[in-house]
Design a protein around this ligand. Structure first.
Ligand SMILES: Cc1ncc(COP(=O)(O)O)c(C=O)c1O
Length: 429
């Protein structure tokens, strides 16, 4: 058979420039990428095509919850692909039902819808809010300043960061942003059109900012009082990253009234499939049938393959008690980061986060930070970390995030702290 597209030229191993040239010529340049060409991974480590090893404390932006090349994920992929990969949602299959059951048992009475990404999970919540408010002419979703909810048109309208909106105006109507962790501001912002409030339990892209317990409890009260849906975006902070399945469960631990707290909808993705694309939203029981037959859907949503992988990941996390590990190793890492902040206040201004979702805020001006001053400090800092063999994820201009696998070992956290100190110490003073 004649090739429709000519075969690609062979890539010489170690040839970073050849791979980058492919991107320059053939890939839409919508991402700012670092100069690293990755090849493969194992556990908490990634390797580039020159054979350099990196300790991956970025976890592919809070995705790779079991680390890289985990045999249980390979096994689930292989086993399920031998049975059936895809059926469409015209039919029933066991993995989707079982995964919905597992998520409901981890959150509370309700039902789940499956999709393929975080922004699609949020889109489902927006449609839920519109359906909920429709008969009363209510459609507006209030979100928060510095939030991030994804890159579709509704996602950027919901997101509280101007940089994602710029050039794509006009925005989808029905979204307004209100300062985060400010209950009075949220109350004051309500309008007769408001149908729902959407917040992250811990803002991720906004710089690792956890919601306060008072804020979450206050939002619940406000939503009950005004007949609004309380929606939570758990795409980044969910799936045991905080040390509990949901970050609100961790934030409200031991807080009076916290045990019974539930939002009305929760979006999930990222670590749910740990690299295999799957998203979901959970909706609380009273509203679980609002989206009736024909009202919402997606071809790939909740495929047997995606659900089998997600079920296996849940199984490993629970069997290996990785929520406890996220809490303990997270505490260890956080203490180490706080010590670095105390020792080098001219470089690290503060440390934030819960479990294995941590961030360091860089000091506003680090004179010894090398690199092009036109580039953000956090990008220049990331380049230094990379050169020292550590991957971490920038959040905004000043915060470096650590979102490692949930099975990170204490020895690996120690290694990460040592690398960090080797980068930070020469910048201090
Ligand atoms: C809190 C939050 N919501 C939504 C999204 C969008 O998820 P996705 O990129 O899978 O569409 C992200 C992605 O970073 C996120 O952090």
């Amino acid at each position: 058979m004649k090739d429709i597209v000519p075969p690609p030229p062979p890539i010489v191993r170690n040839d970073v420039a050849a791979v980058q040239a492919l991107f320059q010529q053939y890939v839409v340049p919508s991402y700012g990428r670092f100069d690293i060409v990755l090849s493969h991974g194992s556990g908490s480590y990634l390797y580039d095509i020159t054979g350099r090893r990196y300790l991956d404390l970025g976890g592919g932006i809070a995705v790779s919850s079991l680390g890289h090349a985990h045999p249980a994920i390979t096994e689930a992929l292989v086993e399920q692909s031998r049975k059936v990969i895809h059926t469409s949602n015209f039919y029933y299959h066991e993995p989707q039902g079982r995964l919905a059951q597992a998520l409901v048992s981890l959150i509370g009475p309700g039902k789940c819808f499956f999709c393929n990404s975080g922004v699609e999970a949020n889109e489902g919540l927006f449609k839920l809010a519109r359906k909920f408010g429709h008969d009363e002419g209510r459609f507006e979703v209030l979100t928060t300043v510095n939030s991030f909810h994804g890159r579709t048109l509704a996602g950027i309208a919901a997101t509280g960061q101007e940089k994602v909106k710029k050039g794509f105006e006009p925005m989808v109507p029905g979204f307004r942003q209100v300062p985060y962790n400010d209950l009075a501001a949220m109350r004051a912002a309500l309008s007769p059109a408001t149908a729902a409030i959407l917040v992250e339990g811990i803002q991720g892209e906004g710089g690792v900012m956890p919601a306060s317990p008072e804020y979450l409890l206050g939002l619940r009260q406000l939503c009950d009082e005004k007949k609004l849906l309380l929606l939570m975006d758990s795409v980044q902070c969910g799936h045991f990253r905080s040390g509990r399945f949901q970050s609100f469960q961790r934030i409200l631990e031991g807080v009076p009234g916290g045990e019974t707290f539930l939002p009305d909808g929760i979006s999930m993705a990222k670590a749910l499939g740990s690299g295999f694309p799957i998203g979901a939203f959970w909706v609380r029981a009273p509203y679980a049938d609002l989206l009736g037959a024909g009202s919402h859907g997606t071809t790939y949503g909740g495929s047997p393959l995606a659900c089998a992988v997600a079920l296996k990941i849940l199984d490993v996390i629970q069997r290996e008690k990785l929520a406890d590990n996220a809490r303990q190793t997270g505490d260890f890492l956080k203490t180490g980061l706080q010590q670095l902040a105390q020792k080098y206040p001219g470089v690290v201004q503060s440390v934030r986060g819960l479990g294995l979702m941590l961030g360091i805020e860089l000091a506003p001006n680090i004179p010894k930070l090398p690199g092009d001053p036109a580039k953000m400090q956090v990008v220049r800092f990331a380049n230094l970390l990379h050169a020292a063999g550590l991957l971490a994820i920038p959040a905004g201009a000043q915060v470096m995030r650590f979102l490692p696998p949930l099975n990170l070992r204490q020895s690996e956290a120690e290694e990460g702290l040592k690398i960090l100190e080797s980068v930070i110490a020469p910048l201090a003073g």
